[in-house]
Ligand binder design. Structure first.
Ligand code: HEC
Length: 270
């Protein structure tokens, strides 16, 4: 009994130890086979469901791929390592929701390839930054973060104001993503360039209102397009759901109030 409970005895002297050390670990071939079997079972359980569409994460039609210009901005975001300081995932906790807005849902990442969840927050989460600031704010912030956010430790990315995007590179990204199933209308370089230019010119016009002169092919324009898109599809879907729910609740309330006033003759206020 004392032996079984391992009272001060070396583990290899107990019944468990004998099996564990001699039968399993003492025989390399048996141990290797047993390990392979164990890992394979784990692997099958994890991998097989991924091939079954019905078990995949929920997808929503309102979430659409990044436009070519936004994708260009995303590639710059990855190149510059913005993810080293910024996460893109609002956690379902009160403090985060109050600060950033709706918490992030799995279906919002459908076209985030590779995802930019991040692992560290030296700066704020960016998943709902779209629409939070005007375009000109981002322009100034990227040129010199201290200009908009005194005391900021974020590095300046002033070269984004000069460097230009290359529609050929963006086309390569769009083609790769389209092979992975992102539905793009076209993967033609002319189309990509046209999309970039038309969306870029809207941002350039916005910036011109505050006296900033630039052109649609600057990297900063792509980064602004990307940042302004972040989290907006999801927010739209969630807001629509909330409105629908509120309307349903209102309708239910109206029937209840009607019932109540029949009984007591009370007014319909809530
Ligand atoms: C060294 C860490 C660091 C890196 C790298 C970094 N940032 Fe930041 N970022 C910060 C900090 C800190 C803040 C908060 C202060 C401020 O507004 O500058 C911030 C703020 C921001 C904000 C405003 C967020 C908000 O909700 O107010 C945006 C947008 C942003 N960063 C974008 C970027 C982009 C794009 C890149 C890459 C080109 C980048 N950051 C790289 C640290 C970083």
């Amino acid at each position: 009994m004392a032996d079984e409970q391992n009272n001060g005895a070396h583990e290899s002297e107990t019944a468990y130890g004998r099996f564990h050390r001699r039968v399993l670990e003492g025989r390399a071939a048996v141990f290797a086979i047993a390990t392979t079997v164990a890992i394979s079972i784990g692997g099958i359980v994890e991998i097989v469901p991924m091939f079954s569409a019905s078990l995949g994460p929920e997808t929503i039609a309102e979430v659409t791929p990044y436009t070519p210009l936004e994708q260009a901005g995303r590639d710059i975001y990855v190149r510059e390592g913005c993810y080293l300081c910024h996460s893109q995932m609002v956690r379902p906790m009160r403090a985060e929701i109050l600060r950033y807005g709706e918490w992030s849902r799995a279906w919002e990442y459908q076209y985030d390839r590779p995802f930019q969840l991040g692992s560290r927050r030296l700066g704020p989460d960016l998943h709902r930054v779209g629409g939070k600031y005007p375009d000109a704010w981002h322009y100034e912030h990227m040129r010199d973060p201290r200009a908009t956010s005194p005391g900021s430790v974020m590095p300046a990315y002033s070269w984004l104001l000069d460097w230009t995007t290359d529609p050929a590179d963006v086309t390569a990204s769009v083609r790769a993503l389209s092979k992975l199933g992102h539905p793009y209308e076209s993967t033609d370089e002319e189309w990509v360039r046209g999309q970039m230019q038309s969306q870029g010119e809207t941002i350039v016009a916005n910036l011109a209102q505050t006296g900033i002169e630039t052109s649609w092919d600057r990297e900063i324009i792509a980064v602004i397009a990307y940042l302004q898109r972040l989290g907006t599809d999801g927010r739209r879907v969630l807001e629509a759901r909330e409105t629908a729910q509120a309307e349903e609740a209102d309708a239910a309330d109206d029937t209840r109030t009607a019932d109540a006033s029949e009984v007591s003759g009370a007014g319909g206020s809530r």
